[in-house]
Design a binder for this molecule. Structure first.
Ligand code: UDP
Ligand code: MG
Length: 324
């Protein structure tokens, strides 16, 4: 008896790619079933993240023509991470292993075989890692690299060049379910789970059609989310900065007193005004960072649901929702 695989695909305004994506995923799933690697009960789960186009209608008609296809319709747009979580937690109720991937065919579907092999060899988490980024624009490459560097500097563990293309076993998903945070950054949470993990490398291609749902603003928001939800180093840095500046000001004091006794009054209105502005800016920046963390605490204490499901095709309610 082979294990049940669910492939979870979050979709936001993906009508241009959905047909092709589902065609290729169906082929893959059928092939895996034929090779006797997975059970006949395996499914493809499209999570509609409040799309404004015909994505959900398409998912419905895809299911009509192929019962392998399931769908989850979120009540509104909650963002990639929450949509993914909705898909993962729903699938966990039925599947033994779940693979998540984007709808745009940027992730090489053929890496799935190797992921499943590693799963049968005993891995609970298998990360899909991009081997090259040639297809990305220079700018995306640069920002992505800086992101990983900053994350590393701040002591947050993320897998280099891994987005949200990964395999997780039921056990790993049960672990993930215990992380109740509202500010979700899965790439940072999953490595915290532990378990036996491995990576599979693949080449990432260009988006098959449609445009990126991660414009610059959202990309920075995700990076910021990642940093602030995984690390408190920014707050600690403020303290160190404060101490540093205090020492510098003592040195400056000693210097100007010395100058006074040597008969040279310190000229320099400009240095004065510049330092006032600089320190003022730093103070505001520091208050801002602290504010961000307090804002997060505020949101977390409300304990609001991370997603609300409108309807299902072929799957049922995850525990997280029935509890509430
Ligand atoms: N996505 C989503 N909700 C959103 C934004 C994006 O479910 O609010 C999905 C999107 O449909 C895609 C995946 O998240 O399947 C990644 O988005 P995209 O490919 O646009 O990001 P990029 O690869 O450009 O970083
Ligand atoms: Mg993409």
């Amino acid at each position: 008896m082979k294990d049940i695989l669910y492939i979870v695909v979050p979709c936001y305004n993906e009508e241009e790619v959905l047909l092709e994506t589902s065609k290729r995923l169906e082929e893959k799933l059928n092939q895996l079933i034929r090779m006797d690697m997975i059970s006949l009960e395996s499914r493809i789960v499209f999570v509609n993240d409040g799309s404004k186009d015909s994505t959900w209608d398409m998912i419905e008609s895809l299911h009509d023509s192929n019962p392998l296809i399931s769908g989850i319709n979120l009540s509104k747009n909650r963002g990639h991470q929450n949509a993914l979580l909705a898909g993962l937690l729903t699938s966990k109720e039925h599947a033994d292993l779940v693979i998540s991937m984007d709808a745009d065919l940027q992730d090489d579907i053929n890496a799935v075989d190797e992921m499943i092999e590693k799963y049968y060899q005993g891995c609970d988490i298998v990360y899909g890692v991009r081997s090259a980024r040639e297809k990305d624009t220079m700018f995306k490459r640069f920002t992505a690299q800086s992101f990983y560097k900053v994350m590393n500097m701040l002591g947050a563990k993320v897998v280099y060049n891994h987005a949200d293309y990964r395999l997780m076993s039921k056990k790993a998903l049960e672990g993930l379910e215990n992380f109740k945070e509202v500010n979700l950054f899965l790439r940072g949470l999953v490595p915290m789970l532990g378990f036996k993990t491995d990576i599979v490398t693949y080449e990432r291609s260009e988006r098959f059609a449609g445009e990126s749902k991660y414009p610059l603003k959202k990309m920075f928001a995700l990076a910021f989310e990642g940093i602030t939800s995984l690390s408190t180093v920014p707050i600690k840095m403020i303290t160190r900065l404060g101490i540093g500046i205090f020492f510098i000001s003592i040195l400056m004091l000693i210097y100007s007193v010395g100058q006074y006794f040597r008969g040279e009054t310190v000229v320099g209105w400009s240095s004065l005004i510049v330092s006032i502005w600089a320190i003022g800016g730093l103070i505001l920046f520091s208050i801002g960072i602290i504010g961000e963390y307090i804002g997060k605490v505020y949101l977390e204490t409300k304990n609001r649901p991370r997603f609300i499901i409108d309807s299902f095709i072929n799957t049922t309610q995850p525990k997280e929702q029935t509890e509430q």
